[in-house]
Design a protein around this ligand. Structure first.
Ligand SMILES: [Ca+2]
Ligand SMILES: [Ca+2]
Ligand SMILES: [Ca+2]
Ligand SMILES: [Ca+2]
Length: 367
Protein backbone atom coordinates (compact mmCIF):
# COMPACT_ATOMS: atom_id res chain seq x y z
CA UNK A 1 0.00 0.00 0.00
CA UNK A 2 1.37 3.43 -0.83
CA UNK A 3 2.48 5.38 2.14
CA UNK A 4 2.91 9.01 1.24
CA UNK A 5 4.21 9.84 4.70
CA UNK A 6 7.47 7.86 4.53
CA UNK A 7 10.47 7.38 2.40
CA UNK A 8 12.69 4.38 2.39
CA UNK A 9 16.44 4.93 2.05
CA UNK A 10 18.58 1.76 1.71
CA UNK A 11 22.15 2.28 2.81
CA UNK A 12 24.97 -0.21 2.69
CA UNK A 13 26.68 -0.85 6.00
CA UNK A 14 29.30 -3.52 5.13
CA UNK A 15 27.51 -6.50 3.69
CA UNK A 16 24.33 -5.52 5.44
CA UNK A 17 21.92 -3.20 3.78
CA UNK A 18 19.71 -1.76 6.51
CA UNK A 19 16.63 0.18 5.42
CA UNK A 20 15.79 3.45 7.24
CA UNK A 21 12.24 4.69 7.25
CA UNK A 22 11.88 8.44 7.87
CA UNK A 23 8.72 10.57 7.96
CA UNK A 24 8.01 13.07 5.25
CA UNK A 25 5.40 15.05 7.30
CA UNK A 26 4.13 15.35 10.83
CA UNK A 27 1.42 13.07 12.15
CA UNK A 28 -1.62 13.75 14.14
CA UNK A 29 -2.46 11.00 16.57
CA UNK A 30 -5.95 12.34 16.98
CA UNK A 31 -6.58 11.72 13.29
CA UNK A 32 -4.85 8.33 12.90
CA UNK A 33 -3.17 6.39 15.59
CA UNK A 34 -1.20 3.84 13.56
CA UNK A 35 0.07 3.12 10.08
CA UNK A 36 0.98 -0.27 8.58
CA UNK A 37 3.77 -0.32 6.01
CA UNK A 38 4.78 -3.19 3.79
CA UNK A 39 8.57 -3.12 3.17
CA UNK A 40 10.04 -5.14 0.29
CA UNK A 41 13.79 -5.96 0.04
CA UNK A 42 15.21 -7.02 -3.35
CA UNK A 43 18.81 -8.06 -4.14
CA UNK A 44 20.47 -7.18 -7.36
CA UNK A 45 21.10 -10.66 -8.78
CA UNK A 46 20.13 -11.73 -12.28
CA UNK A 47 17.22 -13.46 -10.74
CA UNK A 48 16.60 -11.33 -7.67
CA UNK A 49 15.26 -12.69 -4.49
CA UNK A 50 12.58 -10.69 -2.74
CA UNK A 51 11.94 -10.36 1.01
CA UNK A 52 8.77 -8.71 2.43
CA UNK A 53 7.96 -7.54 5.96
CA UNK A 54 5.15 -5.62 7.60
CA UNK A 55 6.00 -2.55 9.64
CA UNK A 56 3.41 -1.04 11.95
CA UNK A 57 4.10 2.53 12.99
CA UNK A 58 2.31 3.68 16.16
CA UNK A 59 1.97 7.41 16.49
CA UNK A 60 2.82 8.42 20.06
CA UNK A 61 0.65 10.99 21.82
CA UNK A 62 1.89 14.39 22.74
CA UNK A 63 -0.19 17.05 24.60
CA UNK A 64 -0.74 19.13 21.57
CA UNK A 65 -4.55 19.67 21.58
CA UNK A 66 -6.60 22.35 23.32
CA UNK A 67 -9.85 21.00 24.65
CA UNK A 68 -12.58 21.57 22.08
CA UNK A 69 -16.10 22.93 22.84
CA UNK A 70 -18.99 21.30 21.18
CA UNK A 71 -22.68 22.06 21.50
CA UNK A 72 -23.07 21.89 25.22
CA UNK A 73 -25.95 22.18 27.62
CA UNK A 74 -25.63 24.59 30.47
CA UNK A 75 -27.92 24.51 33.45
CA UNK A 76 -28.76 27.54 35.56
CA UNK A 77 -28.51 27.09 39.25
CA UNK A 78 -31.32 29.58 39.94
CA UNK A 79 -34.44 30.60 38.03
CA UNK A 80 -33.87 33.41 35.58
CA UNK A 81 -35.78 36.66 35.97
CA UNK A 82 -36.01 39.02 33.03
CA UNK A 83 -36.89 41.85 35.40
CA UNK A 84 -33.61 41.36 37.25
CA UNK A 85 -31.19 40.52 34.41
CA UNK A 86 -32.12 40.60 30.75
CA UNK A 87 -28.78 39.46 29.35
CA UNK A 88 -25.93 37.25 30.54
CA UNK A 89 -22.44 36.80 29.06
CA UNK A 90 -20.74 33.66 30.35
CA UNK A 91 -17.03 33.02 29.79
CA UNK A 92 -16.53 29.25 29.95
CA UNK A 93 -13.03 27.85 30.46
CA UNK A 94 -12.25 24.20 29.71
CA UNK A 95 -8.92 22.70 30.76
CA UNK A 96 -7.50 19.22 30.43
CA UNK A 97 -5.58 17.39 33.06
CA UNK A 98 -1.93 17.04 32.10
CA UNK A 99 1.50 18.03 33.25
CA UNK A 100 1.19 21.11 31.08
CA UNK A 101 -2.55 21.68 30.93
CA UNK A 102 -4.10 23.33 27.95
CA UNK A 103 -7.27 25.46 28.22
CA UNK A 104 -9.91 26.77 25.88
CA UNK A 105 -12.35 29.62 26.40
CA UNK A 106 -15.70 30.28 24.89
CA UNK A 107 -18.33 32.99 25.40
CA UNK A 108 -21.93 32.02 25.98
CA UNK A 109 -24.50 34.82 25.49
CA UNK A 110 -27.85 34.29 27.19
CA UNK A 111 -30.78 36.50 26.24
CA UNK A 112 -33.53 36.11 28.84
CA UNK A 113 -36.99 36.26 27.30
CA UNK A 114 -39.67 38.15 29.25
CA UNK A 115 -42.80 36.34 30.35
CA UNK A 116 -45.88 37.83 31.99
CA UNK A 117 -45.01 36.91 35.54
CA UNK A 118 -45.65 40.26 37.23
CA UNK A 119 -48.99 41.50 38.49
CA UNK A 120 -49.99 45.10 37.76
CA UNK A 121 -50.18 46.14 41.40
CA UNK A 122 -52.02 49.28 42.44
CA UNK A 123 -49.72 51.70 44.23
CA UNK A 124 -52.46 52.01 46.86
CA UNK A 125 -55.18 49.50 47.65
CA UNK A 126 -57.47 52.20 49.07
CA UNK A 127 -58.06 55.61 47.60
CA UNK A 128 -60.06 58.29 49.40
CA UNK A 129 -61.03 61.27 47.32
CA UNK A 130 -63.71 63.92 47.27
CA UNK A 131 -65.81 65.69 44.71
CA UNK A 132 -67.94 68.77 45.44
CA UNK A 133 -71.67 68.27 45.36
CA UNK A 134 -73.27 69.75 42.29
CA UNK A 135 -70.09 69.36 40.21
CA UNK A 136 -70.69 68.85 36.49
CA UNK A 137 -70.94 65.38 34.96
CA UNK A 138 -67.49 64.47 33.69
CA UNK A 139 -65.60 66.04 36.57
CA UNK A 140 -62.44 64.02 37.13
CA UNK A 141 -62.18 62.67 40.63
CA UNK A 142 -58.85 60.84 40.88
CA UNK A 143 -56.26 59.01 38.80
CA UNK A 144 -55.48 55.52 40.04
CA UNK A 145 -52.17 53.90 39.16
CA UNK A 146 -50.96 50.32 38.92
CA UNK A 147 -47.39 49.41 37.97
CA UNK A 148 -46.26 46.25 36.20
CA UNK A 149 -42.59 45.31 36.00
CA UNK A 150 -42.94 43.32 32.78
CA UNK A 151 -42.10 44.69 29.34
CA UNK A 152 -44.31 45.24 26.32
CA UNK A 153 -47.82 43.85 26.45
CA UNK A 154 -46.89 41.85 29.54
CA UNK A 155 -46.65 45.13 31.40
CA UNK A 156 -49.23 47.26 29.60
CA UNK A 157 -51.89 48.11 32.17
CA UNK A 158 -55.58 48.77 31.58
CA UNK A 159 -58.19 49.79 34.12
CA UNK A 160 -61.85 49.10 34.61
CA UNK A 161 -64.53 49.58 37.25
CA UNK A 162 -65.97 46.34 38.60
CA UNK A 163 -69.72 46.02 38.76
CA UNK A 164 -70.85 45.21 42.26
CA UNK A 165 -74.11 44.87 44.12
CA UNK A 166 -74.07 48.42 45.48
CA UNK A 167 -74.40 49.79 41.96
CA UNK A 168 -72.27 52.76 42.87
CA UNK A 169 -70.20 51.88 39.80
CA UNK A 170 -72.84 53.37 37.53
CA UNK A 171 -72.09 56.89 38.75
CA UNK A 172 -68.45 56.79 37.63
CA UNK A 173 -66.38 56.01 34.58
CA UNK A 174 -62.68 55.22 34.20
CA UNK A 175 -60.37 55.80 31.25
CA UNK A 176 -58.89 52.35 30.51
CA UNK A 177 -55.44 53.65 29.57
CA UNK A 178 -54.93 56.41 32.12
CA UNK A 179 -56.94 55.29 35.16
CA UNK A 180 -58.63 58.70 35.42
CA UNK A 181 -61.99 58.31 37.17
CA UNK A 182 -64.71 60.81 36.31
CA UNK A 183 -68.30 61.36 37.38
CA UNK A 184 -71.33 60.28 35.40
CA UNK A 185 -73.73 62.15 37.67
CA UNK A 186 -74.00 65.31 39.70
CA UNK A 187 -74.20 64.60 43.41
CA UNK A 188 -76.17 66.05 46.31
CA UNK A 189 -74.33 65.63 49.59
CA UNK A 190 -77.54 66.17 51.53
CA UNK A 191 -78.97 63.06 49.84
CA UNK A 192 -75.83 60.89 49.86
CA UNK A 193 -72.41 61.80 51.14
CA UNK A 194 -70.15 59.00 49.83
CA UNK A 195 -69.79 56.28 47.22
CA UNK A 196 -67.54 53.22 47.02
CA UNK A 197 -66.30 51.61 43.83
CA UNK A 198 -63.85 48.79 43.12
CA UNK A 199 -61.37 49.24 40.29
CA UNK A 200 -59.32 46.55 38.58
CA UNK A 201 -56.00 46.71 36.78
CA UNK A 202 -55.01 44.11 34.23
CA UNK A 203 -52.00 43.58 31.99
CA UNK A 204 -52.37 42.82 28.30
CA UNK A 205 -51.25 39.24 27.75
CA UNK A 206 -51.79 35.82 29.20
CA UNK A 207 -50.33 35.37 32.61
CA UNK A 208 -47.30 33.16 33.10
CA UNK A 209 -48.14 32.74 36.75
CA UNK A 210 -49.35 29.38 38.00
CA UNK A 211 -53.09 29.05 38.31
CA UNK A 212 -54.01 31.93 36.03
CA UNK A 213 -55.08 30.07 32.95
CA UNK A 214 -55.20 32.11 29.80
CA UNK A 215 -56.09 35.28 31.67
CA UNK A 216 -54.09 38.43 32.26
CA UNK A 217 -52.75 39.26 35.71
CA UNK A 218 -55.04 41.54 37.71
CA UNK A 219 -55.18 43.54 40.91
CA UNK A 220 -57.99 45.48 42.57
CA UNK A 221 -58.30 48.59 44.71
CA UNK A 222 -61.14 50.43 46.41
CA UNK A 223 -61.93 54.05 45.72
CA UNK A 224 -64.07 55.88 48.28
CA UNK A 225 -65.53 59.08 46.85
CA UNK A 226 -66.75 61.58 49.41
CA UNK A 227 -69.16 64.25 48.24
CA UNK A 228 -67.93 67.46 49.79
CA UNK A 229 -70.39 70.04 50.99
CA UNK A 230 -71.32 73.18 49.13
CA UNK A 231 -73.39 75.89 50.81
CA UNK A 232 -76.49 75.22 48.76
CA UNK A 233 -79.11 75.26 51.51
CA UNK A 234 -80.56 78.32 53.19
CA UNK A 235 -81.41 78.26 56.90
CA UNK A 236 -85.08 77.55 57.54
CA UNK A 237 -87.12 78.20 60.67
CA UNK A 238 -89.55 75.42 61.51
CA UNK A 239 -92.27 78.01 62.16
CA UNK A 240 -92.96 81.28 60.41
CA UNK A 241 -94.42 82.86 63.58
CA UNK A 242 -93.63 82.41 67.27
CA UNK A 243 -96.01 84.08 69.71
CA UNK A 244 -95.31 84.35 73.43
CA UNK A 245 -96.59 86.32 76.41
CA UNK A 246 -94.19 87.83 78.86
CA UNK A 247 -94.94 89.34 82.22
CA UNK A 248 -93.82 92.87 82.30
CA UNK A 249 -91.92 92.28 85.52
CA UNK A 250 -89.58 89.61 84.05
CA UNK A 251 -85.98 90.37 84.80
CA UNK A 252 -83.59 91.73 82.27
CA UNK A 253 -81.63 88.82 80.78
CA UNK A 254 -84.54 86.38 80.97
CA UNK A 255 -85.06 84.30 77.84
CA UNK A 256 -88.34 84.84 76.07
CA UNK A 257 -88.24 82.30 73.24
CA UNK A 258 -85.69 80.29 71.30
CA UNK A 259 -86.22 80.09 67.56
CA UNK A 260 -83.70 77.70 66.02
CA UNK A 261 -83.35 77.51 62.26
CA UNK A 262 -82.21 74.38 60.45
CA UNK A 263 -79.56 74.23 57.73
CA UNK A 264 -79.03 70.96 55.89
CA UNK A 265 -75.45 71.79 54.98
CA UNK A 266 -72.56 70.90 57.22
CA UNK A 267 -69.78 72.68 59.03
CA UNK A 268 -69.30 76.34 58.23
CA UNK A 269 -72.04 76.13 55.60
CA UNK A 270 -74.55 75.43 58.36
CA UNK A 271 -73.09 77.78 60.98
CA UNK A 272 -75.89 80.26 61.66
CA UNK A 273 -75.95 83.76 63.12
CA UNK A 274 -79.17 85.27 64.46
CA UNK A 275 -80.13 88.92 64.40
CA UNK A 276 -83.23 91.00 65.21
CA UNK A 277 -83.62 93.26 62.21
CA UNK A 278 -86.83 95.13 63.01
CA UNK A 279 -89.60 95.66 65.56
CA UNK A 280 -87.28 96.01 68.50
CA UNK A 281 -88.27 99.49 69.77
CA UNK A 282 -85.76 100.95 72.20
CA UNK A 283 -83.71 97.76 72.10
CA UNK A 284 -85.94 96.07 74.66
CA UNK A 285 -84.93 92.63 73.32
CA UNK A 286 -81.77 91.05 72.08
CA UNK A 287 -80.83 87.63 70.67
CA UNK A 288 -77.96 85.27 71.43
CA UNK A 289 -76.38 85.30 68.00
CA UNK A 290 -75.26 81.66 67.99
CA UNK A 291 -78.40 80.00 69.33
CA UNK A 292 -81.36 82.20 68.45
CA UNK A 293 -82.61 82.76 72.00
CA UNK A 294 -84.45 86.07 72.32
CA UNK A 295 -84.06 87.61 75.77
CA UNK A 296 -85.08 90.78 77.60
CA UNK A 297 -82.43 93.47 77.27
CA UNK A 298 -84.31 96.41 78.82
CA UNK A 299 -87.09 96.43 81.47
CA UNK A 300 -90.53 95.85 79.99
CA UNK A 301 -93.27 98.32 80.66
CA UNK A 302 -96.82 97.39 79.83
CA UNK A 303 -97.88 101.00 80.09
CA UNK A 304 -95.44 101.95 77.37
CA UNK A 305 -95.61 98.99 74.99
CA UNK A 306 -97.85 95.96 75.17
CA UNK A 307 -96.94 94.25 71.90
CA UNK A 308 -93.79 93.62 69.94
CA UNK A 309 -93.31 92.04 66.52
CA UNK A 310 -89.66 91.17 66.05
CA UNK A 311 -88.20 90.06 62.75
CA UNK A 312 -85.57 87.43 63.58
CA UNK A 313 -83.12 86.61 60.79
CA UNK A 314 -80.85 83.54 60.61
CA UNK A 315 -77.94 83.69 58.17
CA UNK A 316 -75.29 81.14 57.13
CA UNK A 317 -73.14 83.87 55.58
CA UNK A 318 -74.58 83.33 52.13
CA UNK A 319 -78.25 82.55 52.57
CA UNK A 320 -80.71 83.86 55.13
CA UNK A 321 -84.25 83.38 56.26
CA UNK A 322 -86.47 85.03 58.86
CA UNK A 323 -89.31 84.39 61.24
CA UNK A 324 -91.70 86.61 63.17
CA UNK A 325 -91.54 86.72 66.98
CA UNK A 326 -94.70 88.21 68.54
CA UNK A 327 -94.29 89.16 72.20
CA UNK A 328 -97.26 90.23 74.25
CA UNK A 329 -96.43 92.04 77.45
CA UNK A 330 -98.68 91.06 80.34
CA UNK A 331 -99.70 93.73 82.78
CA UNK A 332 -98.77 93.01 86.39
CA UNK A 333 -100.20 94.79 89.43
CA UNK A 334 -96.84 95.10 90.92
CA UNK A 335 -96.76 98.75 91.98
CA UNK A 336 -97.92 99.90 95.47
CA UNK A 337 -100.87 102.32 95.31
CA UNK A 338 -99.87 105.94 95.53
CA UNK A 339 -102.03 108.77 96.76
CA UNK A 340 -102.60 111.53 94.31
CA UNK A 341 -102.29 114.12 97.00
CA UNK A 342 -100.28 114.28 100.13
CA UNK A 343 -103.01 116.16 102.06
CA UNK A 344 -106.77 115.89 101.77
CA UNK A 345 -109.25 118.29 103.35
CA UNK A 346 -112.98 117.97 103.73
CA UNK A 347 -115.79 119.37 105.87
CA UNK A 348 -118.49 117.36 107.57
CA UNK A 349 -121.97 118.59 108.35
CA UNK A 350 -123.13 117.57 111.76
CA UNK A 351 -126.66 116.54 110.62
CA UNK A 352 -125.38 114.13 107.96
CA UNK A 353 -125.23 110.51 108.73
CA UNK A 354 -124.13 107.55 106.54
CA UNK A 355 -122.60 109.80 103.93
CA UNK A 356 -119.01 109.61 102.71
CA UNK A 357 -116.81 111.95 104.56
CA UNK A 358 -113.95 112.15 102.09
CA UNK A 359 -113.02 110.43 98.80
CA UNK A 360 -109.37 109.46 98.65
CA UNK A 361 -108.12 108.80 95.14
CA UNK A 362 -105.17 106.60 94.54
CA UNK A 363 -103.72 105.57 91.27
CA UNK A 364 -102.01 102.27 90.57
CA UNK A 365 -98.88 101.78 88.61
CA UNK A 366 -98.02 105.34 87.88
CA UNK A 367 -94.61 104.46 86.46
CA1 LIG B 1 -41.70 39.23 33.32
CA1 LIG C 1 -47.51 41.72 33.87
CA1 LIG D 1 -76.26 76.53 54.29
CA1 LIG E 1 -74.80 71.33 50.90
Amino acid sequence: MPVPFCKFSPKAVGSVFPGVITTTQSFDREKQREYTLSVTATDQAQEPLIGVCQVTVLIADVNDNDPKFENSRYQFAEPLDFETTKFFTLIVRAQNVAMTPLASFTTVCVNVTDVNDNVPFFVSSNYEVSVPEGADVGTSVVQVLATDLDSGLHGEVHYLILKDASEDYQFFTIEPETGIISTRASFDREKRASYLIEVQSQDSSESARPGVHGQPNTDTAYVRIFVSDVNDNAPAFPRSVYEVSVDEDREVGSPVVTATAEDEDEGANAKLRYQITSGNARGVFDVEPDVGTVFIAQPLDYEQEQHYELRLVASDGKWENHTLIIINVVNKNDEAPVFTQNEYQGSVLEELTDLPVLVLKAVHDVY
